[in-house]
Design a protein around this ligand. Structure first.
Ligand SMILES: Nc1nc2c(ncn2[C@@H]2O[C@H](COP(=O)(O)OP(=O)(O)OP(=O)(O)O)[C@@H](O)[C@H]2O)c(=O)[nH]1
Ligand SMILES: [Mg+2]
Length: 463
């Protein structure tokens, strides 16, 4: 990829429509535009083309034949998307028209843009930082109002500002610590450092935690919270899925081992979009088809953020329940459901509460849709606690990459806070420096080429 080359691409979706746009960006954009486009009115050579004006006319083939009737905008850098000279040809949107015009522009000297290359240039030319570039992709892909708003705020630089502020704070602290390490004789000079350091780090770590939670929330709003229903065969998992979705989505049967494949449904509770996955009952079996279903179930459980562990209240605690319970990972959210509450009970809420300390326990009778509201309420409480909004704050980030980097930086600062008590200051600086680097990956200042490659590959050609 060469940044000196002039690039071109069709920037609107391919298909029939009112208008399609071929965009050209780079040093040769004006020359190429003037070569392929003939304005309708005679323009005076000195003042044509004027920047950010629309010209009416035709794109013509190399032998002067009109290809399409168009409006063309010539835009002088740096006041453009990429900061480079840009030409946008607005034509009739038909697949062939657009391709002919693109072809014409390529003949005139442009190279076909790679996915995301316009946005990458905007980043490389310093118009936006990496998190802003990603916000553009998020705006394109957003699936809810909240996601659009959060991405738009990031595009305006809200996340970048917060991150930059914390990075500058870290740099300031690092400078002071290093001064103290280099000139210990001046120790008295900065006696406030010792007192201020823990407080400053605590403050930064809390800010990062706020962003982390908010980013997670953003990601959930964007993609839906992946939730798996898990438990032994016949516990009533599929019945629970149906009750939650309020439709007969899954087959329910008294034979254990009814569900084999994963089955999905979408629902929103308390404003949280959930992607709900029903799974095969977990138990030891020799049946190869059932085994395949169980290994799929385990995969789904491992990839879920929330687990709904279903127990059959009319049977006593068994090894199969044990096996299902053992699937809960520490970082997962889980709610325990004692189903079949309408039948004589073999397990008590107290017993289950003791086995699953720290997790909410709810009783339901799925086939009668009883206890479903209570289940929903406890799920909403779990989500509010772990990713809920901080009063007055709206999400700053909607991207799991941001959440990951922010979370790691926060953990580094926590590490540093622990190191302050008892460890030499050198060790503290290692953590601070790593936190600073991690945060730089968000804005792109310390992002590797590989990371950039991965991010921009996700864009479409023409963006
Ligand atoms: N009495 C009573 N029966 C229930 C309840 N929920 C489910 N059942 C019954 O239990 C049996 C199994 O229900 P499913 O929903 O298929 O159970 P499952 O956990 O999906 O089972 P597998 O897919 O085989 O793992 C069916 O006969 C249901 O009618 C309930 O709340 N009360
Ligand atoms: Mg089932």
């Amino acid at each position: 990829m060469n940044a000196d080359e002039t690039i071109a691409a069709i920037s609107t979706p391919l298909g029939e429509g009112g208008i399609g746009i071929v965009r050209v960006s780079g040093g040769e954009a004006y020359a190429i535009g003037k070569q392929v486009f003939v304005p309708r009115k005679k323009e005076t050579p000195g003042s044509y083309p004027r920047s950010h004006c629309l010209y009416y006319g035709h794109v013509v083939s190399s032998d002067g034949e009109p290809v399409d009737e168009v409006l063309v905008a010539f835009m002088k850098g740096p006041h453009t998307y990429t900061r480079e000279d840009t030409v946008e040809i607005n034509c009739h949107s038909g697949i062939f028209t657009l391709r002919l015009i693109l072809q014409r522009v390529l003949e005139a000297g442009a190279r076909l843009a790679e996915p995301g290359e316009f946005t990458r240039r905007a980043f490389l030319n310093g118009r936006i930082d990496l998190s802003q570039a990603e916000s553009i992709l998020q705006i394109i892909r957003a699936r809810s109002d909240e996601a659009v708003k959060a991405a738009a705020a990031n595009l305006r630089g809200r996340l970048s500002r917060k991150i930059t502020e914390i990075r500058e704070g870290l740099l300031g602290l690092l400078a002071r610590i290093e001064a103290q390490l280099d000139f210990p004789e001046d120790l008295e000079e900065d006696s406030t450092l010792e007192r201020e350091l823990p407080r400053a780090l605590q403050g930064m770590s809390e800010s990062l935690d706020g962003i982390f939670r908010s980013a997670q929330r953003g990601a959930i709003m964007q993609e839906g919270l992946v939730s798996a229903i898990v438990g032994k065969p016949n516990a009533g998992k599929s019945s629970l899925l149906n009750a939650l979705l309020q439709e007969q989505r899954a087959i329910v049967h008294e034979l254990p081992g009814t569900t084999r494949d994963l089955l999905e449904g979408y629902l929103t509770i308390g404003g949280y979009p959930l992607r709900l996955i029903d799974t095969a009952g977990i138990h030891g079996t020799a049946d190869p088809v059932e085994q395949a279903g169980i290994s799929k179930a385990k995969e789904a459980v491992a990839g879920a953020r929330l687990l709904i562990v279903v127990l059959d209240g009319s049977t006593s605690w068994s090894e199969d329940d044990e096996a299902a319970a053992a699937l809960i990972q520490e970082e997962q959210l889980a709610v325990i459901v004692i189903n079949k509450a309408d039948l004589p009970q073999q397990i008590s809420r107290a017993e289950i509460g003791a086995r699953f300390a720290g997790y909410p326990v709810v009783k339901t009778a799925a086939i009668r849709s009883e206890g479903i509201e209570e289940l929903e309420e406890s799920i909403v409480r779990l989500l509010d606690d772990s990713v809920g909004t901080i009063p007055g704050e709206s999400p700053v980030a909607v991207n799991l990459r941001h959440a990951g980097a922010v979370g790691e930086a926060r953990d580094r600062l926590q590490e540093a806070l622990r190191a302050i008590a008892g460890q030499p200051l050198e060790l503290v600086t290692i953590d601070l420096r790593e936190a600073w680097l991690k945060l730089g990956e968000i804005t792109g200042e310390t992002a590797s080429d590989e990371l950039l490659e991965r991010i921009f590959r996700d864009f479409c050609i023409g963006k």
